[in-house]
Design a binder for this molecule. Structure first.
Ligand SMILES: Cc1cc2nc3c(=O)[nH]c(=O)nc-3n(C[C@H](O)[C@H](O)[C@H](O)COP(=O)(O)OP(=O)(O)OC[C@H]3O[C@@H](n4cnc5c(N)ncnc54)[C@H](O)[C@@H]3O)c2cc1C
Length: 395
């Protein structure tokens, strides 16, 4: 007779539903390369980066060598990998830290994607190869002090002056801002919302870092200030003429977050699983107590569910049927699940759970940013609510 114990003994607690078997050899290879990089270069150091509130200046080049910057884009030095492979990379990077995944998302899915999709041939030639190599860092300026969930209310403006444009205004909460060699900036014009490629050092363009963050500390977040910045007509992204331009980029980045959140959740679950089997109280590992097993079971469920959801969206994206509403469901569900897993894991670790010796509280705090940026949980709920009811409450 088969007992429950012998049946479950054959299961892999790190891949309970055998999701690995759903990947192609190529996808597994890419995943393994990124996983090794994170294990060797991110995990041993990221607690210190978080404590110091910095990201190493050499990291973009290392990520460029790894091949993850704009890896889902085609040509111009980009790898042209599948959406699923890119997602797997995001999962592994965020299992290290949401800040590292944010760097990659902003570079590849926001700044590079904007130039790749909406830019001129000259803009693509000038920026994309260097950005793919991590030799040039990009940022993406949409949010402003008084314009967050409602980007249509942006005040930053650009007006024509002969052949030039004059850009004025302010952007806020911009990832990579002060370390960026190039900013993709969105502004209102007489011709609708347009994007501009603004190199670092352009006269009148300055940045100020936002300090005192308790979340995404291993990530640079800045204010961008444009004081009558004169730009040539060639700085404008010719293909984008409305808010659809920036929103198309956000959809790309959100897709990566769907995967990344599953990675942060996995790291928290694995930390809790490991801790619970070694921490002894009342003469037994705490993993032997039913209440702790319930927590571990719930975390395992959420990690597997989030990963399956991400993989399903990846397959839809690769076959060309992924919709923005699907991405909203993935971002809402997976980030909320990751936050629940992180908070539960933190309790399993007891007092140790509040230190940077373990990854859990770092992930927990990071996820408070992840649930807010790229569309808040409220906004994604309203997108899904609008899709299922046919009534738009999002105004
Ligand atoms: C660490 C970090 C990095 C970031 N990086 C970037 C970046 O690189 N580039 C960039 O452009 N932006 C970036 N952002 C900004 C981010 O995208 C915004 O914070 C986000 O869009 C929310 O805007 P807000 O903070 O102004 O909140 P608000 O829009 O003011 O929202 C405040 C609250 O009101 C709720 N709310 C708003 N509208 C509605 C509604 N219609 N119905 C119900 N509730 C509503 C929201 O859900 C939220 O809970 C970053 C933010 C953070 C924290």
């Amino acid at each position: 007779m088969t007992t429950h114990r012998s049946t479950t003994a054959t299961l892999d607690p790190h891949d309970f539903l055998a999701i690995d078997s759903l990947l192609s050899d190529e996808e597994r290879d890419i995943r393994d390369v990124v996983r090794s990089f994170v294990r060797d270069h991110v995990v041993p150091n990221v607690g210190q980066w978080f404590e110091d509130g910095r990201i190493p200046r050499e990291l973009p080049r290392e990520l460029g060598k790894l091949g993850v910057l704009g890896m889902h884009l085609d040509g111009y030095g980009c790898a042209g990998a599948s959406a699923t492979a890119y997602g797997l990379a995001c999962l592994e990077l965020e299992a290290g830290d949401s800040g590292v995944r944010s760097l990659v998302s902003v570079q590849g899915s926001l700044a590079m994607y904007a130039i790749h999709r909406w830019g001129s041939e000259e803009q693509k030639q000038e920026w994309l190869p260097r950005m793919a190599a991590g030799e040039a860092v990009g940022c993406f300026g949409l949010t402003e002090p008084d314009s967050g969930s409602d980007p249509g209310s942006m005040r930053t403006s650009a007006r024509r002056d002969g052949d030039d444009w004059i850009l004025r205004g302010q952007k806020m909460w911009i990832t990579n801002g002060s370390i960026a060699d190039v900013a993709v900036v969105w502004a209102r014009t007489d011709e609708g919302v347009r994007g501009f490629v603004v190199p670092k050092g352009t006269k009148g363009f300055t940045t100020n870092d936002i300090h005192s963050k308790l979340s995404l500390r291993a990530s640079v977040t800045s204010e961008l200030v444009f004081d009558e910045v004169r730009l040539p007509s060639s700085a404008m992204l010719p293909g984008a003429t409305s808010l659809r331009g920036p929103l198309s980029c956000l959809n790309e980045a959100r897709y990566g977050i769907v995967w990344g959140a599953a990675g942060a959740a996995r790291a928290c679950y694995e930390s809790a699983l490991d801790y619970s089997t070694t921490r002894v109280q009342f003469g037994k590992p705490i993993a032997s107590f039913q209440l702790q097993q319930q927590k571990l079971a719930t975390m395992a469920l959420e990690v597997n569910r989030a990963t399956l959801l991400a993989l399903h969206l990846g397959r839809l994206k690769d076959e060309g049927t992924l919709r923005t509403e699907h991405v909203s469901m993935g971002k809402l569900g997976n980030v909320n699940a990751a936050l629940d897993v992180a908070r539960t894991a933190r309790q399993v670790l007891g007092a140790n759970g509040i230190t940077l010796e373990y990854p859990v509280i770092r992930h927990m705090n990071n996820l408070e940013s992840v649930v807010t940026y790229e569309g808040t949980a409220d906004v994604h709920s309203l997108v899904i609510g609008g899709a299922v009811t046919g009534i738009q409450a999002f105004r």
